[in-house]
Design a binder for this molecule. Structure first.
Ligand SMILES: [Zn+2]
Length: 156
């Protein structure tokens, strides 16, 4: 049983986002990402809509179904992706807070996005995990919220 969520205009004039419909405790699973599988070539063919694809392998993506595709990025996220497909609260999330995760924990290709997340920790651009600072890479790795294929690539 997942907590109630709803879609509403996101903070910062960036379209819509996913919001908590009730308080969600840290560690609580919010949703499981689902959708058809795509290759990188197929994702690139979608153009700007590529932002809706979650990378789960070097050449494997999930073309996210709603509401998962509505989850926006933050450089100071209150949620994160565990086990490649589970969106989990990183800290207590209050009802009506927007739910966001750090897209860089799921990206290893050359895709980038200018960031308007508004956090004081905002990096200004969302990039591949490998381009994050070592400190931030270590933090996310210790939390256990880095896609498995990225960890495998880094160990290689
Ligand atoms: Zn940001």
């Amino acid at each position: 049983m997942y907590p109630a969520t709803h879609i509403a205009p996101a903070t910062g004039n960036i379209g819509h986002g996913l919001f908590a419909g009730e308080p969600i405790a840290a560690g609580g699973e919010i949703l499981r990402f689902t959708g058809p599988r795509l290759t990188l070539t197929q994702v690139r063919a979608k153009g700007p809509l590529a932002a809706n694809a979650l990378q789960i392998g070097i050449d494997s993506y999930v073309d996210l179904d709603p509401p998962g595709r509505l989850v926006n990025h933050s450089c100071d996220p209150n949620a994160a992706v565990f086990d490649d497909l589970r969106l989990v609260a990183l800290r207590d999330i209050a009802a009506e807070d927007e739910i966001r995760f750090d897209y860089s924990t799921t990206i290893s290709d050359g895709w980038t996005m200018l960031c308007l997340c508004g956090s004081i920790h905002c990096r200004g651009i969302v990039t591949a995990f490998q381009l994050l600072s070592r400190e931030l890479q270590r933090k996310y790795t210790l939390l256990g919220c880095v896609q498995q294929f990225i960890l495998t690539e880094l160990e290689a």
